[in-house]
Design a protein around this ligand. Structure first.
Ligand code: AMP
Length: 937
């Protein structure tokens, strides 16, 4: 009886219900069926639930039919791979369950039952359900067929997909593999189990956020700026430790901030530490100096950079004259020269008469990474016992005239011969007065010969010469000899020798008394360290009564020179405000000078760092002794010195715009030629003043010119040891001494012929630096290459947009023959003329390969020509313009060679520095392709 259920609608409790009903209670052998349509099965759903709502009438409510009346019905199912339509056979169905109501419906009251049964082990594409009635009075209200799933979920940073709940006896828990969330990883692949009830249980194999990420709401999020996470974990990101950089988000590590480092053993997650500051209070105990021994001791650095692994190393250099070299094996340092944990070292086997410099460096675990900024302290020691200067053995007359005598003397040969030996020569009388027995002239000389002029004709003079120890104290025996000037009337022999002889006994005392007076006399006569300029100065200038520079070295006591040329300032009148630079001897500060009787104003304050030696103090202050002698608009002005207190200082006028080289680099291409030439004019005026005073600067370079608010340029850097010690450009030469090669004239490099003419050469280099906006002269050529090129008559090419007249002047300054170079007065007047007629600056210098040095990067690294434009651009680090060249159709090197400055600009190279680099490289390429003929310039 298929479909013997009847279909209808019922209103039940106000709701309309669709029902299938059957109610054949009075009849025998009922077998009524109702079948569903084909139910498609999701492949994984092998276990489905069937929820039925139905009503069954109470059999007792039917009179007399209770014998056949039933109160249950049966649920059947049948699997199939396809919808078989209406072809229904009972035999295909398997019984699932007998369904009995919990509550039966009486005549008056409807009772709806809900029963759920499970159909298991389904495997085919779909199935049918069927209901068999065997004589009940019932209505089927609803059939709901469903299966259960565990919903898609994220547990412990692993995502699991929606999963149909397990089915069947052996499949109570279904194992599901998950995937770690983005930026999370796990050692074991994550798994979880889905129960038959659709619940997730027992997750296995946790996912954790990768370095740089932390878990937030089931995802891995970047560490916030200032935080980091170094490892895979579920920990939160940590705050960056001290002395590290605050990086952007997602940091795995916090890199050390500038000037802070981590030692190899330091954890990468830990703080960074700074370098230790300099060891302090370095002292040399010299009680056994005569035996070639001394003890160096120092105090630990004030700032250990936050580390406890501080050690020290001691470097020893020995200098004979100006030639210095490491002491090597020649000096013994005990217990060792490096890796010292203690703050002392015993030095032995020092040789007499050499100058020793000891540098003590403090190291820590991080010093290795910052070799360039390891700090050090220096002490200078000259070990010869002061009683042991060389002995003068004989004196001789080399030449004489009416008013002059040339003398020289010999010293006992001794190894090693200290090159710095000075001599004290004493002779009676002033220049033109009658011999005055109470007055002696004392000369301190650096070599063993002298020419004495302004003497009286036909007069015998008794000369006494004595060698001085390097500390300046006289020692050893002196030698005396008498020599006589020529006489026009041979008869007039003088008797002064006798008179002088009588006075000699008192001379030693008198020498000290008269020294100041006599030095003043000497100044008048202008015998300076540098001496008169060879043939370089025209005689007309020598006739001018010029003030002449006095070398503070000629003073036996350098403190006297300071006293003379610099005014003493009380430290309470000086206020330091801010460090503006670092000099050889200590920091340079900007500050205020507020002294009684002076206008309050900004000043620069040079300081001497603690732990200095007496020699360093004197070298430091010598700059003030020199500067104090100058007074010119274009020379840095000395305000005064602090010498009477522990911390010596040199106070000068303050130059707001700092060093010229840096000033120009910061304004590359931004200043008109007129302004640049104006700056050069100022420098030239300052140099004219110095040369007029017979002062040779030796280290004229843009880095040693200072610029103030009005863009006035002033020459600075006058220390006696400055070229030797102070200038990082200084390079040791074979002739001894340190020389800033790129700025120095060839004759000064070759045989130390430093004159105002060599200063003119340097001025030419400064002009080039100015026109090239602080570019390094000769770029990255080595010193050796520079010297070779100069020797072969090559010269720097004209800077870009350099007025032709200015470049011509540079070339003149670089003439090999120094007597042909212009002099500073000529330079000042030429620059003055150019400034007065700005038209003269309009003609721009051409690049002339005949006089230009080979430019950097003119060919591939192997010397072969560049194969492509991009290879060339890469070699000059300008690859960023590759596209500009391509877009402009410049694709071959031949095309590149045709380009002019304006073409480079037009293809979009706008930055002056880049424009210059590209233009120079092209010029260099052309230079290389043309045949070079070297012209003697
Ligand atoms: P120096 O030891 O003379 O080479 O000075 C070191 C640095 O300190 C210079 O390069 C300048 O930057 C700065 N400096 C020195 N003197 C002055 C000054 N008078 N005015 C402004 N800055 C100065």
């Amino acid at each position: 009886n298929w479909l013997s259920f009847s279909h209808g609608e019922k209103i039940l409790n106000g709701s309309q219900l669709y029902t299938y009903t059957v109610c054949n209670v009075g009849e025998h052998e009922q077998d009524n069926w109702l079948r569903t349509t084909f139910i498609q099965r999701r492949p994984s759903a092998s276990r489905v639930f069937v929820e039925l709502q139905f009503i069954v009438r109470d059999c007792n409510s039917f009179d007399g039919s209770s014998l056949t009346c039933k109160e249950t019905f049966n649920l059947f199912s049948s699997e199939s791979d396809a919808d078989i339509g209406t072809s229904f056979r009972k035999g295909q169905f398997k019984k699932v369950a007998t369904i009995a109501p919990d509550e039966i419906t009486s005549r008056n009251e409807l009772r709806i039952n809900t029963e759920t049964r499970v159909v298991e082990s389904l495997s085919r594409k779909g199935f049918y359900l069927a209901f068999q009635d065997i004589g009940a009075c019932m209505a089927l209200l609803s059939v709901r067929v469903y299966y259960k799933t565990c919903p898609a979920t994220v547990k412990s940073l692993a995502a699991f997909p929606e999963t149909v709940a397990g089915g069947g006896v052996n499949q109570a828990l279904r194992e599901v593999a998950g995937a770690c969330a983005k930026n999370a990883v796990s050692e074991e692949s994550p798994r979880i189990y889905c129960t038959m009830d659709g619940e997730w249980v027992v997750p296995v194999g946790q996912c954790q956020c990768m370095p740089g990420y932390e878990a937030v709401n089931d995802t891995c999020r970047d560490c916030q700026p200032g935080f980091f996470k170094a490892f895979v974990s579920n920990d939160a990101c940590e705050l960056c430790p001290v002395n590290t950089k605050q990086l952007s988000s997602g940091a795995l590590l916090c890199l050390c901030a500038e000037d802070f480092y981590r030692a190899p053993d330091d954890p990468t997650t830990g703080p960074c530490s700074g370098l230790p500051s300099a060891p302090r209070e370095l002292v040399a105990t010299t009680t056994q100096l005569a035996a070639g021994k001394l003890q160096l001791s120092w105090s630990p650095p004030e700032d250990t950079g936050g580390r406890s692994d501080i050690s020290y190393s001691v470097e020893c250099r020995r200098c004979e004259g100006t030639a210095c070299q490491p002491c090597g094996e020649k000096v013994r340092l005990e217990p060792a020269s490096s890796g010292l944990m203690d703050t002392r070292v015993e030095v032995s086997e020092l040789e007499p008469h050499l100058n020793y410099t000891f540098t003590v460096e403090a190291h820590s675990g991080v010093s290795l990474f910052a070799r360039h900024c390891t700090v050090s302290e220096i002490v200078n020691i000259s070990p010869p016992p002061s009683s042991d200067p060389p002995k003068v053995t004989s004196m001789r007359l080399d030449e004489r005239s009416l008013t002059s005598l040339s003398l020289s003397w010999a010293v006992a040969p001794r190894r090693p011969m200290p090159q710095s030996t000075r001599y004290k020569l004493t002779y009676p009388g002033g220049s033109d007065d009658n011999l005055d027995v109470t007055t002696y002239t004392v000369l301190i000389l650096e070599k063993s010969s002298v020419q004495i002029s302004d003497l009286s004709p036909g007069t015998a003079y008794l000369f006494r010469v004595q060698a001085l120890s390097p500390e300046g104290s006289p020692g050893g025996s002196s030698i005396e000899d008498e020599f006589e000037t020529l006489t026009e009337v041979p008869l007039s022999q003088s008797n002064t020798g006798v008179i002088f002889g009588a006075a000699v006994g008192g001379a030693a005392m008198l020498m000290i008394v008269v020294v100041v007076l006599l030095i003043r006399k000497r100044r008048r006569r202008s015998h300076t360290r540098q001496g008169p300029e060879d043939t370089y100065f025209s005689s007309s200038e020598q006739l001018k009564p010029l003030k002449t520079y006095v070398d503070p070295h000629t003073y036996e006591d350098p403190n006297m020179a300071i006293l003379k040329f610099a005014s003493e300032i009380h430290p309470s009148h000086v206020t330091k405000q801010k460090v503006i630079g670092a000099g050889e001897f200590g920091e340079v500060y900007r500050g205020i000078l507020k002294a009684p009787g002076r206008k309050e104003g900004a000043v620069a304050i040079k300081t001497l760092k603690p732990g200095y030696s007496e020699k360093q103090r004197q070298d430091f202050l010598s700059e003030a002794s020199i500067m104090g002698q100058f007074s010119h608009q274009n020379i840095i002005r000395l305000e005064g010195v602090v010498t009477k207190f522990k911390h010596a200082m040199i106070v000068t006028e303050y130059m707001e715009n700092g060093a010229l080289d840096k000033y120009l680099k910061d304004r590359d291409g931004e200043m008109p030629s007129f302004q640049l030439v104006g700056m050069m004019h100022g420098i030239a005026a300052g140099m004219k003043y110095l040369s007029d005073m017979s002062y040779v600067h030796r280290d004229l370079a843009a880095r040693n010119i200072l610029v103030n608010n009005n863009l006035e340029c002033k020459v600075s850097d006058f220390g006696l040891s400055r070229v030797l010690e102070d200038d990082p450009e200084g390079t040791y030469t074979t002739s001894g001494g340190k020389i800033p090669i790129r700025w120095t004239a060839p004759e000064a490099i070759a045989y130390r012929k430093f004159t105002s003419a060599s200063d003119v050469w340097s001025f030419g280099i400064v002009m080039w630096e100015v026109m090239a906006f602080g570019e390094r002269p000769y770029w990255d050529m080595s010193n050796c290459e520079v010297m070779k090129a100069i020797n072969e008559a090559f010269r720097l090419p004209a800077p870009m947009d350099c007025p032709s007249a200015v470049y011509q002047l540079m070339l003149q300054c670089w003439l090999q023959d120094r007597s042909k170079r212009p002099r500073f007065p000529d330079i000042v007047s030429l620059l003055d003329k150019l400034l007065r007629s700005p038209e003269s600056l309009k003609a721009i210098a051409d690049f002339d390969p005949r006089v230009s040095i080979r430019l950097p990067s003119t060919s591939g690294s192997d010397g072969s020509p560049f194969r492509s434009v991009s290879e060339w651009l890469e070699s000059i680090k300008m690859s960023q313009y590759s596209e500009n060249f391509t877009c402009a159709g410049v694709v071959t090197m031949d095309q590149v060679l045709q380009m002019k400055n304006v073409d480079i600009k037009n293809i979009g190279v706008r930055l002056p520095g880049h424009l210059k680099r590209i233009a120079y490289s092209i010029l260099g390429l052309k230079d290389q392709t043309s045949t070079l003929s070297v012209f003697a310039v």
